[in-house]
Design a protein around this ligand. Structure first.
Ligand SMILES: *Cc1c(COP(=O)(O)O)cnc(C)c1O
Length: 389
């Protein structure tokens, strides 16, 4: 191939090298927990290298599946190609991935201070506020990152679009303000289809792959795209703590990459129409959608993001009661947490996903969050209309 491939071609082909030599069309699923030791010395070296975060040594084999799995490695290669990073490291969940990022950042820098820009996914907020990982977290606005960073800051945590109200954060401005402190961007809502934070200076790009990347609501997973030194630090954490992804899930996620661009763009087209419709609806006080000019004052859609995405949130004029009524009255939408699947979901963040967040930072009780799937948009509109009636 003489010219670099376009995004959709990478999505369908990355991580699939060498299949023809195996005589197969799709990646094999390797379920082995252990592997025959081909040579004691070479395998010993391979073990030591992988436990330290490296790759298997030629002739030494993969040794043990907590250290390396070829099916998962193919998914990682595909995701890294889409994010434009050297490598990616997959985990058993998005929260396992965030835990590994924090542990790796702490051990790389020796500091234990984290700067976090709210709003964040409730689980991330919960993790940063808990004593489990022994971090001290300063929460701040995007503008305050530069002054919040200290000599012992090991990590800056940002999510854009933010969960659940889709606030956009200027990633390049954050990475500039953070200076030499690594920035992790939670890219779950945007996906690599719409945004590549590593190109804007983020050291670590995190996904809850449970959402758009898997895309079918049948695999819990996380993945972090990063440079090789960071990937090694993350694999070291994964090997030591055992937060690895099961190869069946790795296979499903890799398969999901092929349709990711189509799914994200189709959900986005539906979200764009429905958000516009909702902003005219008398029962709705406010629509949060990056595609609406008032939600993107800095003009980041088109610059930082290639599109506004498939997620939006609504503030109900009738407060909590109206929000609770809406989520329990839908018929085609499913009332469930999570997002990014082929079917549309609606949820009430304050009651569920953001429940662990301290009350002063929790999303308001009159807000519902919507994830648009692949149904016909007219059916979704009719469902919202009847549920709002
Ligand atoms: C769901 C989610 C997570 C956590 O991922 P899990 O796979 O559920 O552990 C992290 N960040 C965002 C933005 C999410 O939506």
């Amino acid at each position: 191939m003489t010219q670099p491939l376009h995004f959709d071609s990478i999505a369908t082909h990355a991580g699939r090298s060498g299949l023809a030599e195996h005589g197969v069309h799709v990646p094999p699923i390797d379920l082995s927990t252990t592997n025959p030791v081909p040579d004691l010395d070479a395998s010993g070296l391979s073990y030591e290298t992988m436990a330290g975060g490296g790759r298997p040594v030629p002739g030494g084999g993969n040794v043990y599946a907590r250290l390396w799995n070829p099916t998962v490695a193919r998914f990682e290669e595909g995701l890294a190609a889409l994010e434009g990073t050297d490598e990616a490291v997959a985990f058993s969940s998005g929260m396992a991935a965030m835990t590994a990022v924090i542990l790796a950042a702490k051990s790389e820098s020796g500091g234990r201070h984290v700067v976090a820009v709210r709003p964040l996914y409730g689980g991330t907020d919960h993790l940063l506020g808990s004593p489990l990982l022994d971090v001290e977290t300063t929460y701040c606005t995007p503008e305050e990152v530069g002054s919040a960073v200290r000599p012992d800051t090991c990590l800056v945590v940002v999510e854009t679009p933010g969960n659940p109200t889709l606030e956009l954060v200027d990633i390049a401005a954050i990475t500039a303000a953070a200076g030499s402190v690594p920035v992790v961007v939670d890219n779950t809502f945007a996906t690599p289809v719409l945004q590549n934070p590593a190109r804007l200076g983020a050291a670590l790009v995190l996904h809850s792959a449970t959402k758009f990347i898997g895309g079918h609501g049948d695999a819990i997973a996380g993945v972090v795209a990063a440079s090789t030194p960071w990937a090694e630090a993350l694999r070291r954490v994964r090997a030591i703590t055992g937060s690895l992804l099961h190869p069946l899930a790795g296979y499903l996620l890799h398969r999901g990459l092929a349709t990711l661009p189509l799914r994200v763009r189709a959900g986005q087209a539906g979200a764009d129409k429905l958000a516009g419709w909702a902003s005219e609806h008398p029962a709705i006080a406010e629509v949060f959608y990056p595609g609406l000019p008032e939600c993107d004052p800095a003009g980041l859609v088109g610059r930082q993001m290639r599109g506004p995405g498939a997620m939006f949130a609504l503030r109900l004029s009738g407060g909590y009661d109206a929000a609770a009524h809406l989520v329990s009255s839908v018929r085609l939408f499913e009332h469930a947490v999570s997002l990014g699947g082929v079917t549309s979901l609606i949820s009430h963040p304050a009651s569920l996903t953001h429940r662990p967040v301290p009350a002063d930072a929790r999303p308001a009780a009159d807000i519902v969050r919507v994830s648009i799937g692949l149904e016909d948009v007219e059916d979704l509109r009719a469902d919202l209309a009847q549920a709002l009636a």
